[in-house]
Design a protein around this ligand. Structure first.
Ligand code: NAD
Ligand code: DAU
Length: 343
């Protein structure tokens, strides 16, 4: 595809979307971005302040499920491609309140797809997750042909969206690409997710709430490697295809927590085993062979140095952390962790 294009990037004030917008503005001078984000609790203009004044970036506050707004943006900006990051993204919140996950992740995605088709958008990339595949035992990897088997309301909503994307390709011939990535870490991640939550608590000498036995495994990838994979898949991927993205960096949650404590010079006694997440997936691990072989993407960051940089970033950006946790965060934290108690 030609480099001169105007993209609708949704969810670009969130963790991965914000990193993606910043990366593209820095590396792709011919790309214009219209950034549509509802600014939920997880979206913060403080995370993209440096992008707001840039010539090739237009921020619009709004809901991806708003048909009139989406159509107006697609037509008014002559959008050539859509990259859909916008979602409710936290598994724990989907367990206590699943409806908004269906509204945004399913209804919002359907609205984008429908209007993309109506307005002649050339390519639609759906940012999906390895969680649609369900959970692995001690061995094996998720491949693109692994059956879809989501376990949480979050992953069920993402799987539904993936099916809609595939259906729009199959039924209407819309040019679509899906990426399914493993767990991301890095700068600007909202501290409801495990890594920034543990860093924040450890910095404040508060208990680190480890779910269950702490031996669940995640395959960690630096957010910038994910962003590069998305851009590679958008620019070079084949229409109708799914590409798995992962870092080949499996860790138990306890390993990660120990690394954070060591990095901050804090004692292991801060670890507190708490009641497990209901339906907690045991292990995720990605086979990213397809995107490596077909599109030449490789992760550039090693977990050991990436997590060091990430810890240092949160230490240097306490003001950002305070700003994004100044709203309902404490209420959320008390509700989510207050009732969990010690395991
Ligand atoms: P996030 O929660 O940090 O950001 C989501 C963004 O979407 C926020 O800015 C929020 O304001 C916006 N948003 C929510 N509802 C909206 C709506 N109805 N209309 C417009 N904007 C809305 O999430 P994230 O971690 O950056 O994840 C981004 C995408 O990547 C999601 O689709 C998620 O499923 C997927 N993903 C995340 C990970 C991960 O490890 N975080 C891994 C794989 C895939
Ligand atoms: O695999 C990709 C997915 O990774 C994305 O699709 C999701 O949007 C993203 O949130 C993430 O999901 P997880 O549920 O794996 O991430 P989370 O950071 O919530 O949890 C990581 C692991 O840490 C998981 O096994 C649960 C555990 N955990 C989490 C929290 C918040 C704890 O032990 N304690 C905690 O307080």
């Amino acid at each position: 595809m030609s480099n001169s294009q105007t993209l609708l990037v949704t969810g670009g004030a969130g963790f991965i979307g914000g990193n993606f917008v910043r990366l593209l503005l820095a590396t792709e001078p011919d790309v214009r971005i219209v950034n549509l984000d509802a600014l939920t609790y997880a979206g913060n203009l403080a995370s993209i302040r440096d992008c707001l004044e840039q010539r090739h970036h237009t921020f619009v506050r709004g809901d991806i499920a708003n048909a009139e707004l989406v159509r107006h943006l697609l037509q008014g900006h002559k959008i050539t491609g859509i990259i859909n990051f916008a979602a409710e993204s936290h598994v724990d919140r989907s367990i206590t309140g699943p409806k908004v996950f269906i509204d945004t992740n399913v209804g919002g995605t359907l609205n984008l797809l429908w209007n993309a088709r109506e307005c002649g958008v050339k390519r639609f990339l759906q940012v999906s997750t390895d969680e649609v595949y369900g959970s692995l035992g001690d061995s094996g990897y998720f491949r693109e042909d692994t059956p879809i088997s989501p376990n949480s309301p979050y992953s069920a909503s993402k799987a539904s969206a993936d099916h809609l994307v595939q259906a729009f390709h199959h039924t209407y011939g819309l040019d679509t690409v899906i990426t399914r990535c493993s767990n991301n870490y890095g700068a600007w991640q909202f501290p409801e997710k495990m890594i920034p939550l543990m860093i924040r608590n450890a910095m404040a000498d508060k208990p680190l709430p480890v779910y269950g036995d702490g031996l669940n495994v995640r395959d960690w990838l630096h957010v910038l490697d994910h962003c590069r994979a998305i851009w590679t898949a958008f620019s070079k991927g084949r229409a109708g295809q799914v590409y798995n993205v992962g870092g080949n960096s499996e860790k138990t949650n306890l390993d990660v927590v120990h690394t954070i404590l060591r990095g901050l010079g804090k004692p292991d006694s801060l670890i507190s085993f708490v009641k497990d997440r209901p339906g907690h997936d045991r292990r995720y691990a990605i086979d990213a062979g397809k995107i490596r072989r077909e599109l030449g993407w490789e992760p550039q960051m090693k977990f050991e140095s990436g997590i060091r940089d990430t810890i240092a970033w949160y230490q240097a950006n306490r003001a950002w952390m305070d700003e994004v946790t100044s709203g309902d965060y404490q209420k959320y934290y008390d509700q989510m962790y207050g009732k969990r108690g010690q395991a």
